[in-house]
Design a binder for this molecule. Sequence first.
Ligand code: BGC
Length: 709
Amino acid sequence: MSHVRHVLILTVLLAAPASAQNLDSLLSRMTLEEKLGQLNLLSAGGRASPEQMQLVRAGKLGGLFNVMGAENTTPVQRIAVTESRLKIPLLFGLDVIHGYRAIFPIPLGEASSFDPEAAEATARAAGQEAAAFGINWTYAPMVDIARDPRWGRIAEGSGEDPYLGSLMAAARVRGFQQNIFATAKHFAGYGAAEAGREYNETEISERTMREVYLPPFKAAVDAGVTSLMSAFNDVAGVPASGNAWLTDTVLRREWRFPGFVVSDWTSVAELINHGIAGSQAEAGRRALTAGVDMDMQSSIYVDSLAALVQSNRIPLAVVDSAVMRILRAKQRLGLFRDPYRARTAPPATELRALARRVAGESIVLLKNERSLLPLAKAGTIAVIGPLADNKEEPLGPWHTQGRAEDVVSVLQGIKTKVQTVLYAQGSGIDDTSKAGFAAAVAAARQAKVAVLVLGERGDMSGEAASRSSLGLPGVQEQLLEAVAATGTPVVLVLMNGRPLILEWASDHVPAIVETWFLGIEAGNATADVLFGDVNPSARLPVTFPRVLGQVPLYYNHRNTGRPPDANNKYTSKYIDVPVTPRYPFGYGLSYTTFGYSNLKLSAARARVSDTITATVTVTNSGGREGTEVVQLYVRDEVASVSRPVRELKAFRRVTLKPGESRAVDLRVAVRDLWFIGLDMKPVVEPGTFRVYVGPNSAEGLEATFECIP
Ligand code: BGC
């Protein structure tokens, strides 16, 4: 058997194009049909169907996705490299979003760590595990900026900030691409869906597109990402999957992106629904000529474009460029040399240890009155709620091969820390029965503290999971109120894929812990934090509003001509709710406290080519070792275009012993303070910049410097 395989690989090696020159000669030998075949990508239901195998044999498929396991990828690859005329290997794609089988925190949760190295480590591990199962290409990272928590896919990205989002995007690309190809998605503006309604239209000015939505894609491109996925949405009337400004002007001409663009699932065919194409062929022509190289799931390129190319309505050169981009990617991945890419998964213990560490780093402590947390590892603890003994939901909305049986539930995690635990489910996640309330209340009455684990089902966020209300689903809030009414102190542990509206809880519950969906080690990581074995250090990557009517609410907004003033009715605010968020971007508590003093800038004046260093003394003023995320924001006070009140430009995680003080440096290159000027070009204008250094986007010490010409 292995001898046969050896011979096969050798055959491939001999036939394999190894250089750019060889790719040119390969292209010259391809028929138009084979060229369009390379641009065709189809989903398999776990394994390739006989029809798909026939397409591979005929050279009419460039890649497959959702083929699960090397035992299923290998035979199809063998057909491609031995039975097809030109023996071109296939790409095998999969949505490896936050883990393959070992599931890590959802990306929004992981972004809370403000630790790009953690994101790189989980992406590397996920990529290695996926590669061991035959995958060579992931549809991640999702780098869409999201300012609207109604939009369920906010869970898959890094939140609302372009700077944090860019660092996370680059880190994940680096991590994945140590083993498999990455795809930055969804290009672009998908997160701006109007009203937070999935797949909805977007209205994004070129300035906001360039300043807010595009930077994480640029960061992914600079980190060497192989592919980008074109989005479902339209941008001011031009669908992203047929938008030459995005995929050609910006991506290829300005950024010099050498990789290829894949459409989203049937987004080429959907150009018909968008109303910019009257036929399949026209939809294909719009997409391909705009720069979308590979057609996912519409089969339009392969089925409908040959005639248009033959009649010159699509220049052959456009087809050739798209094919070459895909062939070059295959070559870069080494597929011509090693089409089967046998890989070994990281040891399970290593994956678990990483999952636990990063999950611990992703938990945000939102409230902790009178230091209710951490809990002592003694006495009776009531553990209540539909997500407490739940092993399915911590996997989150997009968990690939993750399995509930691999998950440590919060109840299990707590049981490893303390002996006497009373468990009551209390209610379902979104049903309306209160039948379980009495048992929950009884358990709370007997306990010194009640831990309520509440939130969303995994599938309430992610794709096609927009919500029109952001409270706790079902009767969970009533359950919380009933348990709180016992007088037993309550710790609210949240599991969810988006910011929730938590008004009652924020006013009445002494301790609130945001755990997002943490993956296989959810229970252990949560218990580590609840009992103080891990001191929480995560910060919100997204604003938590007070009420839904404030949405969209984000920290890096502009000032308006009438900024909110409590003493002046005619200023920008509401008459029925404060204008501020419940929890601002960058916010999160620790079991210790940190003080900031002595902010100094390295210079009072700086040129665009200079770097400013802000130095601040951070003191651990509490009783435990802890990690602070020191954040630096900048405001361009006067510019030709109104600038945000604050923009994150640097941060650092700093671990300090109790009583320890440290001078912390944060560097900002002045050239990174660019914005899109009146002429739509990036510019740094001379003038005063205000620098804020502090624990979140709403606090901090201030200093200024002048940018001089
Ligand atoms: C999603 C993409 C995903 C693709 C393939 C689409 O519905 O929008 O994010 O990569 O499916 O599974």
